[in-house]
Write a new protein. Structure first.
Length: 131
């Protein structure tokens, strides 16, 4: 079996090397510092018609709270995640995924939002790239 794989690897070379393209994106770190229940904007498009992709996130909570990420476009919120359950002084981490394996891709022109189930201090960051 190993011999067949080695033989195939000699003849099945990729026609394009995408490794140099994979990190051509500039990663931005968006801080999270919210404490109001409901939706809060993390990235506002403000008519720029940009498209963002989420690579990963870190959130920590000062007390028990449920968190979810979403997008808002035209005043309508659509959630990208289910509830992320944070315990008292706990949090949730989703490590960065290297492009082009994005965690979420937002619609063009949408705001990135975070939604809290209660008025609890939540901090952290979210890693994004503009695509």
């Amino acid at each position: 079996f190993l011999g067949v794989l080695l033989l195939l690897s000699q003849y099945c070379q990729p026609t394009i090397d995408i490794s140099s393209l994979m990190w051509s994106y500039r990663r931005d770190i968006v801080p999270i510092s919210v404490s109001s229940s409901g939706d809060t904007n993390l990235i506002e498009d403000n008519g720029a018609n940009r498209r963002w992709a989420v690579l990963g996130y870190v959130i920590t909570a000062n007390a028990a709270v449920n968190v979810k990420f979403g997008v808002k476009k035209g005043g309508v919120s659509t959630y990208l995640t289910g509830l992320l359950y944070c315990t008292d002084k706990g949090g949730v981490v989703y490590p960065d995924t290297p492009p082009p394996n994005f965690l979420y891709v937002m619609p063009r022109g949408a705001d990135l939002i975070i939604n809290l189930s209660g008025a609890v201090a939540v901090g952290g960051h979210i890693s994004v790239v503009e695509i």
